[in-house]
Ligand binder design. Structure first.
Ligand SMILES: Cc1cc2nc3c(=O)[nH]c(=O)nc-3n(C[C@H](O)[C@H](O)[C@H](O)COP(=O)(O)O)c2cc1C
Length: 323
């Protein structure tokens, strides 16, 4: 089943601190795939907090961005959805899956799996407030004694959601253990709206496997895109045309890392970009030869001139590849 006006069966997952404008631009530069923002806190957006408003502002991006909102109060959600619409969102996603304590303690994110009535009020309120499509992302349930994904999915549908994304873990799992694709299949079977499956899709083959095993309409990829922004378009091409993903050369990894750093500098300025670049360097060189020494050297750099020298010194080998 086609999802809204998207022409791809793969979604870049919303990831706080990761799927910012620099990352979205980079993922888009490789080709196909649908793109989520980071989660945006509705209380800060409603207060017009400048930093949060900037996170939600996708007006200058020439591809659709699904903007994800997180919070509790349905009236505040409605106001925030309107603000996000004005800031260029293609559609609105509601985060009902975040397991982080700070979010859950505010009765938000995955806590809403324990308060279906409030979850329904939120969706209804957002659907009413905006002309955009509204989707919901959630987990299987609070813990393994409280798996309620089928009931939750039906509630989303009845409340007016256009599609849903199910992450095959519970709140208590956080990110550990294998995602439960069987329950994702049950969810798919229980609703008429499109379903996106999420959890442990790491490459083109596992994307295809999830589609086959669960019959979901699309897949979502999170951690596998860290340090590998090309993966979304690789999966997209494989699903559309059967194109086997090309090996990525060391030179391409270096070039992508440098582009990522450039985008970070343009968007955040040097000081913040240098700090943020450290985590990306770690991800881009994961599994490569002498990566540990490279990381140790890179994290010690205090300016971009030195940082680029360290990158140049490191990426002077070939022959090693990763997909
Ligand atoms: C660093 C990080 C940040 C995340 N931030 C969000 C978020 O803002 N909103 C959300 O719905 N999920 C968030 N997630 C969860 C992912 O969207 C996804 O559901 C999860 O990583 C499972 O998919 P994967 O197995 O492909 O990684 C985050 C995950 C990671 C690793």
């Amino acid at each position: 089943m086609k999802i809204l006006d998207f022409d791809s069966q793969v979604f870049l997952a919303p990831m706080a601190g990761i799927t910012d404008k620099p990352m979205r631009k980079l993922v888009h530069s490789f080709g196909g795939g649908n793109i989520f923002s980071e989660m945006v806190a509705i209380n800060a957006l409603e207060r017009k907090n400048p930093k949060t408003t900037r996170i939600a502002d996708v007006r200058d991006e020439p591809y659709p961005v699904i903007v994800q909102l997180v919070g509790y109060d349905e009236a505040m959600f409605a106001d925030s959805a309107k603000l996000a619409e004005d800031l260029g969102a293609h559609s609105i996603d509601i985060n009902m899956g975040c397991p982080v304590k700070k979010i859950v303690n505010n009765n938000s994110g995955s806590y809403l799996s324990r308060n279906i009535l409030q979850a329904s009020k939120i969706i209804t309120s957002v659907v009413k407030a905006t002309s955009l499509n509204v989707s919901v992302k959630f987990r299987l349930g609070w813990d393994h004694d409280h798996i309620n994904a089928v009931e939750f999915a039906q509630m989303c549908q009845d409340s007016g959601a256009s599609f849903i994304t199910v992450h095959g873990r519970t709140r208590s799992d956080f990110y550990s253990g294998l995602a439960d694709w069987e329950t994702i299949a049950k969810v798919k079977n229980s609703v008429k709206i499109p379903v996106v499956g999420n959890g442990d899709v790491v490459d083109a083959k596992s994307a295809k496997l999830m589609l086959e095993q669960t019959q979901v309409d699309a897949v979502m990829v999170g951690r596998a895109a860290l340090g590998a922004p090309w993966i979304i378009s690789q999966i997209d091409s494989y699903l559309k045309k059967g194109t086997e993903p090309q090996k990525i050369t060391i030179e391409q990894i270096k070039k992508t890392l440098l582009t990522h750093i450039k985008e970070l500098r343009d968007y955040y300025g040097d000081r913040t970009a240098l700090a943020l670049s450290r985590k990306y360097v770690c991800w881009y060189c994961k599994g490569l030869h002498n990566a540990k020494q490279f990381r140790e050297q890179y994290v010690k750099t205090t300016d971009f001139d030195t940082a680029f020298d360290v990158i140049d010194d490191y990426f002077n080998f070939d022959g090693e590849i990763k997909q």
